[in-house]
Design a protein around this ligand. Structure first.
Ligand SMILES: [Zn+2]
Length: 290
């Protein structure tokens, strides 16, 4: 039995939650998004395989698609892949959040001399979620230029989505080791590990078990697409059930090679129950971010 996008509002209502809270959605300035999509179209070296994108409309069309799905809150998660562009992305994301009430105020940063000052300003302005992409940005989270930034985020309690897992293609900075070192220095950091840490599921799950404020986002995990590349070890399911309060729905919309509903049916078929799904799809992010 497969779930279609049109069935999603009914699926959510049957769970008894007001909608979906998706912490891992991408909106970027159109010229940047076009370049990202070109990269996906050719199955570039950071992807390692074909990756046809399902939702390629304009920003307005994609906002409407999320509304039709009943996604009541979503992030915009721009990410900087080089120095000097984070604030351009952050300005754009601030305008989007101003125009679209469901959109979380989202921002990014990169290891560069100005990072601590613009991150402090963005926290002051009420940014609700940050994102860094170690796999695309190819930087070390232990970079000394980020030490103050991690401290600021830990003090503020603002979540930061970190793509640090070695999927889909590793680089010399991906993997759980560097993130563990950052957490040892900043144990109160609200890190949201993107993609459940795929393919290093076990190690990142241990971080969520070990540090109070480390969460995991479900982005693309458990889908047929990810299961072919990096299957989630079934023996971890009991621990995933235990972590019910620390798993957040993420989808990677719009950059997904399948319909949105497939992420939800992939969560449901884990068999962890309706209470787990309610927490993951709404309650946890609502409690963390509001
Ligand atoms: Zn993403």
């Amino acid at each position: 039995m497969s779930l279609d996008d049109a069935d999603v509002p009914g699926w959510t209502a049957a769970l008894g939650i007001p909608g979906l809270y998706d912490v891992h959605v991408h909106f970027m300035p159109p010229a940047v998004m076009d370049r990202v999509w070109e990269h996906f179209d050719v199955g570039g070296p950071l992807l390692g395989r074909e990756w046809p994108i399902t939702y390629r409309g304009s920003d307005d069309e994609r906002v409407q698609q999320l509304r039709d799905l009943g996604v009541r809150r979503f992030s915009a998660l721009p990410y900087a892949h080089k120095p000097g562009i984070a604030e351009f992305l952050n300005d754009w994301a601030a305008r989007l959040a101003g125009d679209v009430p469901e959109c979380l105020r989202s921002a990014t940063f990169y290891p560069e001399p100005e990072a601590a000052s613009y991150v402090a300003a963005r926290i002051e302005q009420g940014v609700e979620i940050f994102k860094v992409h170690v796999q695309v940005g190819d930087f070390d989270v232990r970079d000394p230029q980020l030490d103050k930034v991690w401290g600021q985020l830990a003090d503020a309690g603002t979540p930061c989505v970190i793509h640090a897992g070695s999927g889909p293609v590793p680089n010399s900075h991906t993997g759980p080791g560097p993130v563990l070192e950052v957490l040892r220095r900043h144990p109160r950091l609200t890190a949201v590990i993107a993609h459940m840490g795929a393919p290093e599921y076990t190690e990142f799950l241990e971080l969520a078990e070990s540090f109070d404020r480390v969460h995991l986002d479900t982005t693309m995990a458990f889908t047929d697409f990810f299961e072919q590349m990096a299957p989630f070890p079934r023996e971890l399911l009991p621990r995933l059930a235990e972590l019910a309060d620390k798993v957040l729905l993420g989808s990677d919309f719009p950059n997904i090679p399948y319909r949105y509903a497939h992420q939800l049916e992939s969560l449901e078929r884990l068999g962890l129950g309706e209470q787990w799904l309610r927490k993951v799809c709404w309650d946890n992010a609502n409690a963390l971010i509001g």
